[in-house]
Ligand binder design. Structure first.
Ligand code: 6R9
Length: 659
């Protein structure tokens, strides 16, 4: 059986959970894996039964690929489960601790959250929003963003959150695709000390044409500011404070079907128009709650700091729905990690005594590049668990995170999942799983993942005959939080995810499975390189590069090569604390030799370019496709999802000047 991806890098370090952590963990009995596997429907039912249902469901799951339904016949409300039931039982418990970029701070209890969500829900209804409608939310990371999401859920309208960094064109396209009736925005948000003029971008989008939108609600986040004029269109635009102040705090929760649409969230992908990924109510809440409890190990006294923006799925699932379904306290931070200084996250953790930190490899690599002096000057002793999501985390970044942020004391969970999967799919359970730096370890209980080869064969070794295999990552069993499809485009849904291996969910990622049955994510399969007949993952070469003491971050691509098919080109960012005397050509040679030594001569890069920045999506994922365009001298493709278009231009200059 042929392997589709060869794996070269080996990592020997192991970290077992400490007895102290295991003793207090929500999950510490390894038998739960077998229990969940033996009857996954019963496993998920056990979690669904921890939600409050208005009417019980009669069937756990109905699945006919690509369509799944969970908890059929059940009626519930997401806002009831995330807010009201806690407001009844623990009214004074903090729901949200907010830290604004300028340093303002607020705390909202569950009782207050219930009142605010109810008021805003009434405001939406006053503006004509009805059950089944869609509402676009284009806001900074302030508590009102979560309030708006939960208010939609309360009245049975679906939200479509658009990240506040997106342009007017992106906002227009998403608003029109979802046919949103109302846009909720703000006069602006703070980012690196500047005002992000959100309302002006909404105006621009509406001028370009969003015929379904008839009202715009504008939160006063910034307030009057001469540099940020806000024009209100009479009859269309209304201030948040004006409409909310006159509403009652009494607003019944709509009784929603388990399969009613909770939200749409657009993912860009590398080509084509954005896909409106849909999630429904009962299954999504079940999956996000279960993973929050077992993987994030959320407890009553935790303060959970997830650094994602609510414009991404991580914010939906692990700031709002998952933690709040558990009645936990979440920390929301509005701004940049380097404002006013590069220690901002550490200052926030010290100030609020955060216990869990959930962030992304792109951030961790930036912290490494900035140097350990920033976390070292803060008291991070409140932290007890660290999580990572968004990209493969290179082993060196994992170790740095564990040592410098976790003080060698906190377990690290590398969690693999997608907007489409709704909740974590592959992750350690921190009280059970021995971790290996760079591996997302095992599937969450109840989830089944397999490795397929290019020919569509399942090459996952049978239990007991363990050996390493590399190929395509496939999920072959339904799970409650799986997307119910692309909004209004069932054909594209089937084609994108279910046609490569008919009847199986293909995630688009490559992975290897090691002898212990641990998964190692190897990046998007479109990025895999074919060098002299060997399929090599970008992830492995990048990890070897990052293990060189001078390198903080690396992106690797396969560049067309006459003889080898593709040759490896690497773009690297150096650590700021790195001192290298003399000729940069020596450093480049040293780095090439280091990779050849770490994983073998086949992976030795032909080119290594030292750069200050890498092109990234707005959610922080490296855009290798653009680097390939640069390296192969092509005109640049679609760059609308690029965080900073100047990055590619400067790389291009650099590349051309060396050729
Ligand atoms: C949650 C989120 C999904 C894609 C996914 C994969 C990459 C996410 C990862 C990871 C390796 C991890 N990804 N987590 N790769 N290890 N722990 O990021 O959703 O924005 O939809 O991206 O991100 O390539 O397919 P989304």
């Amino acid at each position: 059986m042929s392997e589709t991806i060869q794996t070269l890098l080996s990592e020997e370090r192991r970290f077992a959970p400490s007895p102290e952590f295991a003793a207090q963990a929500n999950a510490n009995d390894p038998a739960i894996y077998e229990r969940a596997d033996a009857d996954y429907e019963a496993w998920w039912k056990g979690w669904a039964d921890q939600l409050d249902w208005f009417e019980p469901y009669h069937t756990v799951c109905e699945f006919k690929a690509p369509n799944a339904k969970w908890f059929l016949g059940g009626k519930l409300n997401a806002a009831y489960n995330c807010v009201d039931r806690h407001a009844e039982r623990t009214p004074d418990k903090r729901a949200i601790v907010f830290e604004g970029e300028p340093g303002d701070s607020r705390t909202i209890t569950y009782r207050e959250l219930k009142d605010e969500v109810s008021r805003f829900a009434n405001a939406l209804m006053q503006l004509g929003v009805e059950r089944g409608d869609r509402v676009c939310i284009y806001m900074p990371m302030v508590p009102e963003l979560a309030i708006a999401m939960l208010a939609c859920a309360r009245i049975g309208a679906a939200h479509s959150v658009v990240f506040g960094g997106f342009s007017a064109d992106s906002l227009q396209e998403r608003t029109n695709d979802a046919q949103c009736k109302v846009i909720v925005t703000a006069d602006g948000g703070w980012r690196r000390g500047s005002i992000v003029p959100l309302k002006r971008t909404v105006d621009e989008a509406l001028e370009k044409g969003c015929p379904s939108v008839h009202k715009v609600i504008v939160l006063e986040r910034i307030g009057p500011d001469a540099t940020n004029p806000v024009a209100m269109v009479s009859g269309r635009d209304i201030w948040w404070s004006e409409i909310v102040s006159v509403q009652s705090t009494d607003c019944p929760c709509a009784s929603m079907d388990s399969e009613d649409l909770l939200y749409i969230l657009y993912t860009s992908g590398s080509t084509g128009k954005p896909k409106g990924i849909t999630h429904t109510t009962g299954g999504y809440l079940t999956g996000t709650m279960a993973t929050s409890k077992l993987a994030l190990d959320l407890k009553d006294d935790d303060l959970h700091f997830c650094t994602a923006d609510c414009g991404w799925v991580t914010g939906h699932s692990y700031i709002v729905y998952g933690p709040m379904a558990c009645g936990a306290t979440v920390l929301m931070y509005e701004g940049a990690p380097d404002t006013p200084e590069k220690d901002r996250f550490w200052r926030i953790i010290e100030k609020h005594r955060a216990t869990i930190l959930y962030t992304a490899p792109t951030a961790i690599r930036a912290f490494m590049k900035w140097g350990a002096e920033y976390p070292r000057r803060c008291d991070l002793s409140s932290l007890r668990l660290l999580g990572s999501v968004g990209e493969p985390i290179n082993p060196e970044a994992w170790i740095w995170y564990q040592e410098e942020i976790g003080g060698g004391r906190c377990p690290v969970i590398d969690t693999w999942w997608q907007t489409e999967t709704g909740a974590m799919m592959i992750t350690p359970l921190p009280g059970i799983t021995e971790t290996k730096p760079g591996s997302a370890t095992r599937t969450f209980p109840g989830i089944s993942a397999r490795i397929y080869n290019e020919e569509g064969m399942d090459i996952t070794p049978a239990d007991g005959s363990r050996h390493e295999v590399g190929g395509f990552l496939v999920l072959d069993r339904p799970w409650p939080s799986m997307t119910r499809g692309i909004f209004n485009d069932p054909d594209r849904f089937e084609k994108t995810y279910w046609s490569k291996f008919p009847g199986r969910y293909f995630a688009g990622d490559g992975a290897k499975l090691d002898e212990d049955g641990y998964f190692w994510l190897l990046g998007r399969v479109d990025d895999i390189m074919l060098v002299a007949g060997h399929n090599i993952s970008t992830m492995e070469v990048e990890s070897a590069l990052v293990s060189h003491p001078a390198v903080a971050e690396a992106a690797v691509i396969g560049k067309t090569h006459e003889l080898k098919g593709q040759a490896i080109a690497a773009f690297v960012i150096l650590r700021s604390d790195h001192r290298h005397d003399g000729d940069p050509a020596h450093l480049v040679n040293e780095i090439k030799a280091h990779v050849a030594h770490k994983i073998g001569p086949i992976a030795r890069p032909d080119d290594v370019f030292i750069t200050a920045e890498l092109p990234k999506t707005r959610s922080g994922k490296i855009m290798r496709r653009l680097l390939r365009d640069v390296a192969e001298g092509r005109a640049l493709g679609d760059t609308t999802t690029l965080a900073d278009p100047n990055v590619v231009a400067s790389l291009k200059d650099k590349y051309e000047s060396t050729e």
